[in-house]
Design a protein around this ligand. Sequence first.
Ligand code: 2IT
Length: 446
Amino acid sequence: MNSYVSKVIDELKQKYPWEKEFLQAATEVLESLSVVMDKEPKYKKYSILERIVEPERTIIFRVPWTDDKGEFQVNRGYRVEFNSAIGPYKGGIRFHQSVNLSILKFLGFEQIFKNSLTGLPMGGGKGGSDFDPRGKSDGEVMRFCQSFMTELFRHIGPDTDVPAGDIGVGGREIGYMFGQYKRLKNEFTGVLTGKGRNWGGSLIRPEATGFGVVYFADEMLKTKKQSLEGKKVAISGFGNVAWGAAIKANQLGAKVVTISGPDGYIYDEAGVKGEKIEYMLEMRASGRDKVKDYADKFKVKFVEGKRPWEEKVDIALPCATQNELNGDEAKALLKNGCICIVEGSNMSSTPEAISAFTDAKVLFSPGKASNAGGVATSGLEMSQNSMRYSWTSEEVDQKLHNIMINIHSACVNAAEKFGTPGNYVNGANIAGFLKVADSMIDQGHV
Ligand code: 2IT
């Protein structure tokens, strides 16, 4: 490994030993950049790596709210404004009991490179709270969102930082936060994306992440003269990304046989399609967070406490959360003949899983490339808001599809140029990095 890279990784490990997820994400990116540092001494000269691993600004705040019983509750709120070299900070907000600074730094860091890959002018950021949305009433969610925005509003803006949804934050939460922002600022602007279609949201934004994952998978398969037609697909999760991926995979002729939740996974030999896909939305709206409901309703196999990677499939689309596919599961997929793994969630695979895929030379794409369709369509929402105009579904879908094709070629080209053809991890990290790093150099020592 390049000595500048290993020095920066060592320093990070010493400074933030408890930030497990952030160290994992940063190590992966920096290791990919070793070859770039060997070739281009300017990045060391300008301390680009030391700067890029440090968020420009981190905001941590108290979120007090009152539950339906009138009892006082307190959560922690965060916004990590990681990098604004190529545009305003941009990235989702996650509401989940596991949220902490390490997870948001990992997500914000990934977002820098992902947003760069989209080709749109967006910097990297991420936010959230350890608020647990499970079993909360609409009123509780609204009061929580209003309180969260009452602090956050002073730090964001359409030209400063534009949050969106992530796990636990969908159209309803964006609506409550947008309403509160508007009230506090007396401004109707594109300060958030993922808005409702009646009030500035982009068509196709809800579907975009999952559609993009499948468009990307299609491009990867084309490099091997293959397609999705007739392929068996395992999807994990049943949220927004899994839902969009299931729709598009069906449209392109694949058969989706699994979805999953924190309670286990379901296997549906007849295929997750038609009304069954729409049922995923109902499961999400119920706030129960249980995929067993699907098995009960459609009378299919439910495997408790397991993830779907033990099933025999051609393609795996992890669309649930980080580190949801480990080394043993990767080996099980490979043993069963899986040829293509496309991450829909951020950092779905552990480093051991990635090594197993890379060693086996199967098609593997990291989330920052293959799930970039979500934030790309957020970028398109920002453009429409700035123009005070809206595109049709077909126009947005076409632009999304082109963006995914472009990201795919950017990854393939960078991987090849830097000596690891077919390695989408290196390709995505390098292509995403170069644009941001060169912009940082152009803008001086900031
Ligand atoms: O991880 C992601 O890219 C997102 N949650 C979407 C971010 C966005 O700003 O649309």
